[in-house]
Design a protein around this ligand. Structure first.
Ligand SMILES: [Fe+2]
Length: 338
C-alpha cells in the first residue's frame, strides 16, 4: 500500500467506505479481520487517528461523509459487515448538490430511502442509557444509542425526506429538492452515526449479500445487485410494526414527521401507522413490492435469518429484542408488502 499524505473519496457510500478502509489499513496495518465488527471479526479498536480524508458524496444516501462507519461485502461469508470507530470519520465532507445532478432516478429512490430509514431507525433505536455497557471506555461503540442531540438530526432528516424525496426522484432538474436530500443524507448520517441503527439495516445485509439475479434500471447490469437502500426499506414496514411496542410514542412521532395523521392514534396503532406511511411513499416511488419481487422465496428465510443474527452492532439496538423466531416472522412479513 502506498504511503499517502491524505485521501480524497469521490462517489457513493462504497467509494467513501473503501477510502476509509484503505486509509485505516495503510496507517495501521493489521490482519483484515482485526478491526471488523465482532463476532464476524475481532472488533479491535482503531489505534489512533488515520490520515486526513476528504469525502465528496455523489449520491444523497449513505451519509458516509459524516460517519465513522465502513460497510463492505465479505464475499467468503456472503455477508455484509463493517468496521465502526470514531477515528474513521472523514476530516471534511464536501456536500455539493451539483454532484448529484446526473444521478439516475432509481438511484435517487434507493439512496433516498436509505436516508429516510437511517433517520427512522436512529429515532426509534434504544436510548443511550439503555444500550449494553462496554467493559472499558475505549470499547465504547460508535453507535451509542439515541439521545437528545441525535434526535434533532434524525427528526429533521425524516421531515426533509418526506417533503423532498418525491421531488428529487420525479424531477432530476429540481435542484432545490436534490440539495435538500443531500443535506438530509448528512443530517441522517450525524443522527445514525451517533445513535445507531437497528432491524431494517441488520436484516438488509443478507438481503444484499445473497442476491442472485436481480438488478434495477439505472444500476450497472453486468452483475446482480440489490441496492442498499432497497434492501433496507423492504424490511422496514415489518420491522417497525414489530418494534413499535418497544417505544410506541417514538414511532408515532416519526410517522407524524413523515406526514401521517396521528390525531387520536392509540399506542397500539403506532407500528401500523408508521408502516403505512412508509408504504405509501414506497408505492409512489415504484419500489419493488417486497422481498419476493427481488427474487427471494420462503426457502431463503432460514439463510436470511442466519445472516442477520451476527449483526450485533445494529440488531442489539432494537427497541424490542429480536431473536431467530422473531426474525423469521419479520422476513416472512417482508415478502409481499401491499
Ligand atoms: Fe444505510
Amino acid at each position: 500500500m502506498g504511503d499517502f499524505d491524505a485521501y480524497v473519496a469521490v462517489g457513493g457510500g462504497s467509494a467513501m467506505d473503501t477510502a476509509k478502509a484503505a486509509n485505516l489499513y495503510a496507517t495501521y496495518p493489521a490482519d483484515f479481520l482485526d478491526y471488523v465488527n465482532a463476532p464476524i471479526g475481532k472488533g479491535k479498536p482503531v489505534p489512533g487517528p488515520a490520515r486526513p480524508l476528504f469525502a465528496v458524496p455523489t449520491t444523497a444516501g449513505t451519509g458516509s461523509e459524516m460517519t465513522g462507519v465502513v460497510i463492505f461485502d465479505l464475499t467468503a461469508m456472503h455477508a455484509k459487515t463493517g468496521i465502526a470507530h470514531r477515528y474513521l470519520k472523514p476530516t471534511l465532507g464536501l456536500i455539493d448538490p451539483e454532484n448529484t445532478r446526473t444521478m439516475p432516478s432509481m438511484v435517487a429512490t434507493a439512496t433516498g430511502f436509505d436516508v429516510l430509514v437511517h433517520a427512522l431507525e436512529s429515532y426509534t433505536t434504544l436510548p443511550y442509557n439503555r444500550r449494553e455497557r462496554p467493559a472499558r471506555p475505549i470499547l465504547r461503540p460508535a453507535y451509542q444509542g439515541r439521545n437528545m442531540i441525535s434526535d434533532l438530526w434524525s427528526s429533521e432528516a425524516i421531515r426533509s425526506a418526506a417533503r423532498f424525496l418525491p421531488r428529487a426522484v420525479e424531477d432530476p432538474e429540481d435542484l432545490e429538492a436534490r440539495s435538500r436530500m443531500a443535506l438530509a443524507a448528512a443530517y441522517a448520517g450525524i443522527g445514525f452515526g451517533n445513535a445507531g441503527l437497528h432491524l431494517p439495516h441488520g436484516m438488509s445485509y443478507p438481503v444484499s449479500g445473497m442476491v442472485r439475479n436481480f438488478h434495477l434500471p439505472g444500476y450497472p447490469a453486468d452483475e446482480p445487485l440489490v441496492p442498499h437502500g432497497i434492501s433496507v426499506v423492504l424490511n422496514a414496514p415489518a420491522a417497525f410494526r414489530f418494534t413499535a411496542p418497544g417505544c410506541p410514542e417514538r414511532h408515532l412521532e416519526a410517522a407524524q414527521f413523515l406526514g401521517a395523521d396521528v390525531s387520536g392514534a392509540k399506542p397500539a396503532d403506532a407500528g401500523s401507522i408508521l408502516a403505512d406511511a412508509l408504504i405509501r411513499l414506497m408505492r409512489r416511488l415504484h419500489v419493488p413490492n417486497g422481498l419476493s419481487a427481488i427474487g427471494y422465496t420462503r426457502e431463503d428465510i432460514p439463510a436470511l435469518v442466519e445472516g442477520t443474527l451476527p449483526q450485533h452492532r445494529v440488531i442489539k439496538l432494537s427497541p424490542r429484542p429480536a431473536g431467530r423466531e422473531e426474525l423469521y416472522r419479520l422476513f416472512e412479513d417482508s415478502m409481499i408488502l401491499w
